[in-house]
Design a protein around this ligand. Sequence first.
Ligand code: ZN
Ligand code: ZN
Length: 318
Amino acid sequence: DIDADHIPTPCGKVHDVWVCSNCGAVGRGVSPKKCPACGERKFNEKTWPCEVCLESAKVEAIKLIDILTKDFGFSSGELKVGFSGHRGYHVHVESEEVRALDSMARKEIVDYVLGIGLEAEFHGLGERGGKWSRVLAGPDLYDLGWRGRIARGTYDLLLTASPEELEKIGLKKRVVDTITQHKEALLESWEEKGPWGIIKGIGTESWRKIAQYGVEKQSVKIDTVVTTDIHRLIRLANTLHGKTGLKKIEVPITGIEHFDPLKSAVTFKEGTVTVLVSDAPKFRLGDETYGPYKEQEIELPTAAALMLLCKGAAKVVE
Ligand SMILES: [Zn+2]
Ligand SMILES: [Zn+2]
C-alpha cells in the first residue's frame, strides 16, 4: 500500500488541513503530535488528491514494482496495480506462495523494500587492497539488487543535491565544497568505477554517509501498517472511494508512467451540480482545473462537485 500521506511533499503544507477533535483548533500541513491549543492527540485530517502528491505516490509504486520483479522475481503477470481512488496506489502480488506468508514474513519484505538496516559497507562499499595501498571501492550503477540501488541513489544525490542538502546529511562544509567543486568529475566517474575514493578530501566516512543517503533515496515509501496487516480489506476495483467520488481502477504496469489518475478514475461525466463551497484548494479533474474556492456558490460538473461534497468542503444548493 502506497499513500501520499507517507511521502513528504511541499504541497501538503498548502492543501492539507487538520482540525483538533477536542477543541477545533485548525492548522495546515501534517497534523502535530499534540494540539498546540489543548494537548489533544486526535485530529480530523483533510488531505487532497493533488497532482503533485499523486505523482510522487506513482513514483513510489514504480519503484516498488521494480523491486518486486527484479529482486523478488515475480512476473509482471502476478502483479496487479491499482489507483486507490484517493491518494495512493495498491500493488497486489497474486501468487499461492505469497498468500501463505504471515505478518512477520511480510514485515521482512517491508524492511527489504524500505531498506531498513541496510549498511552500504555490506553492499560493496569499503577499502580494498593490501596494507600499503588501500583504495576505496563501491557499488556500480548496474549491480543487481540494493547494490545497484545504492549506486543509483548516490548518483541521484550527486546530481541533484544542493550544498545545503549535503550538509544536512552530516557532511562537513569542507567536504561539501570539495564535492561541489568536483561535481562534473564525480558524475563522469560513473562511466568507469564510480566516484568512490577518486577525489582527495572526500574520505571513506563521507562516502559512507553519501551512500547511506542513497539508500534513503531509493527506499520505497510504503504504508507499513497496511502492507503487513493480513486482515485488512482493500477496496475492490471499480468501486467508489468515499473521500473523493473517484473510483478505484486497475493501472496497466506497462505505461504506468503516463497513467493519469485524475482523468482515468473520474466516474461521473455528465451533468452539473450547484454547490456552496466553504473552503477548497485548487484542484484538477480530467483536463479542467477548479478553485481555489472560499465561501462561494458555484455550478460545477458533477465529478468536481462530488469531490468537494465527499471532502466535506461543500453543500448542495437546493
Ligand atoms: Zn485542541
Ligand atoms: Zn499535494
